[in-house]
Design a binder for this molecule. Structure first.
Ligand code: P6P
Length: 355
């Protein structure tokens, strides 16, 4: 039937085009974004759906932890020597299970597992390694403070090496994707595949992560600095001098201190509001406390994608060559103004050297 000059045939309506201003789920966003990944194909989106599914399961448990027997210690310690919380164990199992169904995943490495787990290693379909902290800040769970999941996706070695270290021990600058889920007043997933940073809020009424913050940019200067000041006397001198400079109005404005004690929550505020988050070397953690592969690298990737910077006090975090899966690092991450000032105090790479 041909269309009449007046318009489409009378017996059906023209197709409805999706209104980009309405609900856009993270899966739709990833499908749109992954075309920018060379050779991604649909398996990247399928991999990411494993992370979104597992984190929705974790969010459901975190939200009800007080009502079920999921609070408190699991009665054992993890590879870090930290007392495992029951939710740590659940979160780790959820991510390992969901990712094991993704045949594009060759290896996974978790903060809760001493060694990486071979998932579909050896399969020609295996293209990625995923490293994650299933529940960062879990010591805060019992007091209802925000906790988070962090993740980083790495491409299998181009040289065909099959050893796990070649898959997992890669510098942060080569991450294919990175992100976190913050279980806070709302549950929010923030991720990047190298084309900006985008935030999705879990809508419990539909059970989907819905785009709520597209193209997040870290403010050039904020009003908060974030560090555990209880250890200030142990920080290296340049760190102490920098913090005194900030408190003394040296950055041209009054700053407030905010420290939640959950890195994901402290970074999320820094990403949205600007400022600077620091976990310096301390007496107990002379090499820093936070883990390079699955805490500092994802955060540093997102920070740079949003216009901020991240160093370990001496060099760009994303350029650090990992030597072991659970390697720790100092972390200083924030907006351009604060990071320029910090690097002047520690003599780090000058901002002008940035590529
Ligand atoms: P502190 C939580 O245990 C964590 O790994 C990070 O989420 C957080 O930033 C840091 O440790 C807090 O450590 O020594 O200040 O209690």
């Amino acid at each position: 039937m041909t269309a009449s000059p007046a318009g489409p045939p009378a017996d059906f309506d023209p197709p409805r085009r999706p209104d980009p201003a309405t609900l856009l789920t993270v899966q739709q966003h990833i499908l749109r974004e992954q075309d920018r990944l060379p050779g991604a194909g649909g398996e990247f989106a399928w991999l990411m759906s494993g992370i979104t599914l597992a984190t929705k399961m974790i969010a459901a448990r975190v939200r009800r932890a007080g009502l079920t027997d999921l609070l408190g210690a699991a009665g054992n310690t993890n590879v870090q020597g930290e007392e495992q919380q029951k939710l740590d164990v659940y979160a780790n199992d959820a991510l390992l299970h969901a990712l094991s169904w993704r045949d594009s995943v060759g290896f996974v490495a978790s903060e809760e597992n001493e060694r990486p787990v071979a998932v579909h290693h050896g399969s020609p379909a295996a293209k990625y390694a995923v490293v994650f902290d299933p529940l960062d800040g879990s010591s805060n769970i019992d007091v209802n403070v925000s906790v988070g999941t962090t993740f980083s996706v790495l491409r299998r070695p181009a040289d065909g090496r099959q050893d796990v270290s070649a898959w997992v021990l890669q510098p942060g600058r080569v991450q294919v994707a990175a992100g976190y889920v913050l279980y806070g007043s709302s549950t929010m997933l923030v991720y990047s595949i190298g084309n900006g940073v985008h935030g999705f809020t879990l809508d419990p009424s539909v059970g989907a992560y819905v785009l709520s913050h597209e193209g997040i940019r870290m403010p050039e200067q904020g009003r908060y600095y974030s560090v555990n000041e209880a250890y200030a006397d142990e920080f290296p001198g340049p760190y102490r001098a920098f913090l005194g400079h900030v408190r003394g109005g040296g950055l041209g404005r009054r700053y407030a201190s905010r420290y939640i004690g959950s890195m994901v929550a402290d970074f999320h505020r820094t990403l949205l509001k600007g400022g600077i988050f620091l976990y310096p070397p301390t007496a107990d953690s002379p090499g820093g406390k936070l883990r390079l592969l699955y805490e500092a690298n994802p955060v540093a990737f997102l920070a740079e994608q949003a216009g901020g910077r991240a160093t370990d006090g001496a060099r760009r975090v994303l350029d650090v060559e990992p030597a072991s899966v659970h390697q720790r690092t100092p972390l200083v991450v924030g907006g351009r103004t604060e990071m320029d000032a910090f690097e002047r105090f520690v003599g780090g790479p000058a901002a002008g050297d940035r590529v």
